[in-house]
Design a protein around this ligand. Structure first.
Ligand code: AMP
Length: 273
């Protein structure tokens, strides 16, 4: 595995790769969720490029940019074992110029839910992802359904900017007890870790109601809010898969999204139903 830090090293390493290339963009502190993306990429492509970059433009002032978990040595081992060909670990100065065009993610879809609490977050995400696409020219790029809104916005960018890249959505990987894996779970103390289960429990509770035939969104939402008590809930919503509001849940076309704060840690989870 080649580990590269500069743009010129990355471009040179990419030029040597023949055949299909899978790209897995990450912020590091890799866990089994990331690993499942790496495994899908290595299985489906001749070569895999992984980026590890805690992207400053997607963090708002006061967010956890400085304390975001960083585990470069462990990440390198995981990538090596997974059969990654090129690991790109740039410094921020490498990725951004002082003057450059920016991207404004579509407001109606990028300034709701995650984007309401984190205005401009998705502008930063699309900006860095487009740079990574241009640098690595992947055949396929792998994104987790865990970040469902991000996945939607990236697919939208691919379509609208006519990029010739296939986006592969990857299933959410969970702990045995149901908690969705996230680098930010490292912030939770043991009691918060238990409380955090309420997010996936609220999704299970919604699924149970849907299986019993319930389609009324306000009924399902009320049950979810009950299951999430006493967490500070930012949203518990049911939308269609284009992130539009819908009059009632339509099985096979809906997504249930939840965001709650456990202590000071904001956690998200979702279920495609
Ligand atoms: P991050 O390092 O948090 O930016 O995540 C990098 C990629 O891994 C994103 O596409 C995430 O959606 C994906 N990812 C993070 N957690 C999980 C998970 N538990 N299951 C599947 N994919 C995940």
């Amino acid at each position: 595995m080649k580990i590269v830090h500069t743009l010129s090293e990355l471009i040179a390493a990419r030029a040597e790769l023949q055949g299909s290339v899978g790209l897995v963009p990450t912020m590091g502190a890799l866990h089994n969720g990331h690993l499942s993306l790496l495994q899908q990429s290595t299985a489906q492509n001749d070569h895999t490029i992984v980026s590890i970059f805690v992207n400053p433009t997607q963090f708002l002032p006061g967010e956890d940019l400085d304390k975001y978990p960083r585990k470069p040595e462990a990440d390198i081992k995981i990538c090596e074992l997974a059969g990654v060909d090129v690991l790109f670990m740039p410094r921020p100065e490498e990725m951004y110029a002082t003057i450059e065009p920016t991207i404004h993610a579509p407001s109606s879809k990028a300034y709701i839910l995650e984007g309401l609490a984190r205005p401009g977050h998705f502008d930063g995400v699309l900006r860095v992802v487009l740079k990574l696409f241009n640098l690595t020219k992947p055949t396929r790029a792998y994104f987790g359904k865990k970040d469902a809104q991000q996945l939607y916005l990236i697919q939208n960018m691919i379509t609208c900017l006519f990029l010739d890249i296939t986006i592969v959505p990857c299933e959410i990987i969970r702990e045995d007890d149901g908690l969705a894996l996230s680098s930010r779970n490292a912030y939770l103390n043991p009691e918060e870790r238990r409380e955090a289960l309420k997010l996936c429990e609220s999704l299970k509770c919604a699924t149970y109601l849907v299986m019993k035939g319930e389609r009324d969104i306000s009924v399902i939402q009320a049950a979810m809010l009950q299951a999430l008590k006493p967490l500070h809930v930012e949203y518990a919503v049911i939308l269609n898969r284009d992130f539009d509001t819908i009059p009632s849940l339509h099985v096979g076309h809906s997504i249930i999204l939840v965001c709650a704060k456990v202590g000071t840690t904001r956690l998200i989870d979702n279920l495609w139903i």
